[in-house]
Ligand binder design. Structure first.
Ligand SMILES: Nc1ncnc2c1ncn2[C@@H]1O[C@H](COP(=O)(O)OP(=O)(O)OP(=O)(O)O)[C@@H](O)[C@H]1O
Length: 451
């Protein structure tokens, strides 16, 4: 695909994703070409690349294929020369030009216009996070500070944060609301250091009324950024300004985060977004399908397809959305209505990945590899700590990731009693909170097993 063809394709993309999304996310992409089935783009930041990949990757892929390009994957890379920040496209945002605009225009990351409270579907797994977010979005007296939202990938943390920001910007334009990712916080901090503008940096951050930092786990292990974040945090809390933080795990479980920051993060309200259940998935699909139908008005969809998807794709909302986008793009490409057969055909890989059942054997093998011990020692009778701890980790993972009962798990661990398994699971539950190394081990193992 030539650069000109990419230029033409951008117009189509703009029609599909809307002007704001286009300006914020697609326009900053610099097309480098297709090489061995991989379409490559330069992006100003990793954040932008990740965002585009997660939200528009499938769409771009299909549009390129539809134009005859042999593309199977898209890759984004940040150039090694100085990075230009993505344009915040102030004109694209329905924010009245207020006096707050100074720091807002300079600092706030663009908000996705799709991420509002109206488009957020509430179900049991996210009702608490939603309620807490709405409370904060009312902009009244600060009752809990910070609001800490956490949960697995693609469960709606960013969506809720943007929704809070949109609502505050509309209802309380007097407030200076700042939303950015932890990565952007670091980027701006480093830039201020480099340009010897730390006073400006501090002043700007301390002048906000509401600070929202997404994916805070990113600054773990980055010492001076953490330090600066801590000071910013304290200065704002002291002034009774609202802070909202998101992360992929609870504050206590963020490895390489200083203890004083962890305890600060724990001092407000902590709410987690649980994995979706069937009803929530169906609700989300029903709302998203309406948007797809607006882009593809001629496509018909059979009854039962959404229920099928809600049953079969259980991973996260982003995957669910991606599946729907792909389904519509595919059906429109082949010019067929969306029925069960086409759905199974088009989404075979997604469904298979979601169906994959994790087995006890697989867990034992992975854990043994991770701790570098023999499988026989993990299952065998030895009580040495070097074997017992991995064994308990494996038992804990079996309890969490499989549907096996405690006696069944015990049997597969060399015929141990169910009370031994129960004890092991409990011990790891405690250690996960107390020992960041164990917490990290578990996270790595869980990801590799679920991946
Ligand atoms: N309850 C919901 N209702 C509607 N859409 C949702 C809901 N939850 C998530 N989504 C959608 O799923 C996608 C992923 O959500 P989001 O980006 O907020 O996830 P996240 O938790 O921030 O994930 P990550 O950890 O990867 O940043 C978004 O497009 C979002 O709009």
């Amino acid at each position: 695909m030539t650069r000109d063809q990419w230029g033409a394709l951008q117009n189509t993309l703009q029609e599909t994703v809307g002007r704001n999304n286009y300006v914020n996310w697609i326009k900053p992409l610099e097309y480098s070409g297709v090489d061995d089935g991989v379409a490559r783009f330069l992006v100003p930041t990793t954040f932008l690349g990740n965002y585009v990949s997660q939200n528009f990757g499938d769409l771009i892929l299909y549009q390129m294929s539809a134009r005859g390009a042999d593309v199977r994957r898209i890759e984004f890379a940040v150039p090694t020369t100085p990075i230009a920040e993505p344009k915040a496209a102030p004109a694209a945002r329905p924010v009245p030009a207020k006096t707050t605009q100074r720091s807002d225009a300079m600092l706030s990351a663009p908000l996705d216009e799709r991420f509002t409270f109206d488009s957020f579907i509430v179900g049991k797994p996210n009702e608490l996070a939603h309620a807490a977010s709405q409370r904060v979005a009312e902009g009244g007296a600060v009752t809990f500070n910070p609001l800490f939202l956490y949960g697995g990938v693609g469960l709606g943390k960013t969506h809720l944060m943007h929704a809070i920001a949109w609502k505050l910007k509309t209802d309380r334009p007097d407030l200076n609301v700042l939303y950015l990712s932890a990565e952007q916080f670091m980027y701006r901090f480093v830039q201020a250091l480099r340009d010897k503008k730390m006073m400006d940096f501090k002043e700007l951050f301390r002048s906000v009324d509401v600070l929202m930092v997404d994916d805070v786990q990113f600054i773990a292990g980055k010492d001076s950024t953490q330090e600066e974040f801590f000071h910013t945090f304290n200065a704002l809390v002291d002034q009774n300004k609202q802070i909202i933080i998101s992360a992929d795990r609870a504050p206590g479980e963020i490895k390489d985060m200083e203890n004083r920051i962890k305890s600060r993060l724990q001092s407000g309200l902590i709410v987690d977004l649980h994995p979706t259940d069937y009803e929530l998935r169906l609700g989300i699909l029903q709302s998203k399908v309406l948007k797809q139908q607006a882009s593809y008005p001629d496509l018909e969809m059979d009854d039962g397809v959404l229920e099928f998807l809600a049953h079969r794709i259980t991973s996260n909302v982003r995957v669910l959305e991606g599946a729907l986008t792909r389904l519509f793009a595919f059906a429109s490409l082949v010019g067929k209505p969306i029925n069960m057969e086409l759905t199974q055909d088009c989404l075979a890989d997604v469904i298979r990945a979601s169906e994959r059942k994790i087995t006890v054997e697989e867990i034992q093998r992975k854990v043994a590899e991770h701790y570098n011990i023999r499988l026989s020692d993990m299952i065998g009778p030895k009580r040495l700590r070097a074997f017992a701890r991995p064994r308990q980790v494996a038992m804990w993972l079996c309890k969490k990731l499989t549907t096996r009962s405690l006696p069944e798990i015990g049997r597969r661990f060399g015929g141990r009693d169910h009370t031994t398994v129960m004890h092991g699971v409990k011990r790891i539950e405690e250690l996960r909170l107390a020992d960041p190394h164990i917490a990290e081990d578990i996270e790595i193992l869980r990801r590799s097993l679920e991946g």
